[in-house]
Design a protein around this ligand. Structure first.
Ligand code: MTE
Length: 320
């Protein structure tokens, strides 16, 4: 991953930031008249067809935040999905991914291992909700988007981790025939990421199935992706096929490639620079100028208890 300096794709005239008020008003209006899909951007047209009756889900008002929402057409076309290429403009290519049907395996140190279709999983967990989260990429750009989905903790209640389960490992699909990036052998595919079980239980840990009141388009990680808003974006793994409960710490794909640059914790922290660039500020997609980056991306109150006693290790960039 690189600190981005290339021409900003949002410097196009029609990219204006959507204010939260406008977004919510438009959303309520569309819900009332039942035509949520007529406002689809061209990039969103390749979202999944089934289960659309769940959208837009009810907004969880506990997570509304004081930042302008990123305009939808930016958040859905400026994406990182290395399976489809290493540039940001892969959204058309990602449409090759067939996300229906989609099976998820949940295994390892749990009492109730499971292989389940993603739609059945959503049903079993009682549906979805919407949460607006800040999202900060390690490359120093950020966005603010309304995700739809459910808390990761619901999965824990379903499968019942055993007492020796200390970590969760997440895995993306592996299919080089449709994902040309996976033909590049120097990446240790499939994409993997992990969290501690305590992090997984945190109220903010979220599995997203949708964005902007609609199903996720492929390029944003359909049909199911992780969202950990206090961590750098690379932890938020897309298109998950497997979740394993382990006693040992898993090693993510980026950590395997460059352990000094992309560590396990990867908590947003303006005081710990990336070895190749500062993390003090960020540029919000579609908005001119930079803003200061906030510790834990503004979620200190909710997550700092997870890292008590680990401050020195985090400061030294030792991610174990
Ligand atoms: N998940 C997979 N499977 N492959 C990826 O390349 N990129 C990560 C993360 N999840 C990535 C992934 C990175 S670096 C970021 S910043 C976020 O996805 C970007 O999410 P977005 O494209 O929806 O903004």
């Amino acid at each position: 991953m690189a600190y981005y300096k290339r021409k900003k794709i949002w410097k196009l005239k029609d990219h204006k930031v959507t204010s939260e008020i406008f977004y919510n008003t438009r959303r309520d209006f569309l819900k009332k008249i039942g035509v949520g899909s007529i406002f689809l951007s061209s990039a969103s047209l390749i979202s999944r067809p089934a289960f659309s009756s769940l959208y837009p889900p009810a907004v969880n008002k506990s997570y509304l935040i004081n930042r302008p929402l990123t305009v939808e057409s930016l958040a859905t076309t400026y994406t990182n999905f290395y399976e489809f290429g290493s540039n940001k403009n892969i959204w058309r290519r990602a449409s090759k991914l067939k996300t229906e049907p989609w099976s998820i395996t949940i295994d390892g140190l749990v009492n109730n291992p499971l292989v389940i279709d993603v739609n059945d999983l959503i049903k079993k967990l009682g549906g979805i909700e919407e949460r607006v989260y800040r999202f900060r990429c390690v490359e120093a750009w950020s966005m603010t988007v309304p995700w739809a989905g459910f808390s990761l903790n619901k999965i824990l209640s379903l499968v019942e981790p055993k007492t020796n389960a200390k970590f969760l490992k997440f895995e993306t699909f592996y299919n080089p025939d449709i994902a040309p990036g996976q033909k590049q052998q120097w990446y240790p595919w499939p994409y993997q990421e992990g969290v501690t079980i305590e992090e997984a239980k945190n109220e903010l840990s979220f599995l997203a199935t949708g964005i902007y009141g609609k199903q996720l388009p492929n390029q944003n990680g359909a049909p199911l992706r992780l969202v950990l808003p206090w961590k750098y974006g690379f932890k938020s793994i897309k298109s998950i096929v497997k979740i394993s409960f382990l006693s040992e710490r898993p090693i993510g794909m980026w950590e395997k490639l460059a352990p000094k640059e992309y560590g396990f914790w990867a908590n947003v922290n303006p005081n710990i620079p990336h070895p190749r660039w500062s993390q003090k500020t960020e540029e919000q997609l579609g908005i001119e100028g930079r803003i200061p980056t906030i510790i834990y991306n503004g979620y200190e109150e909710q997550v700092s208890y997870l890292y008590k006693g680990l401050e020195k290790k985090l400061q030294d960039n030792l991610f174990r």
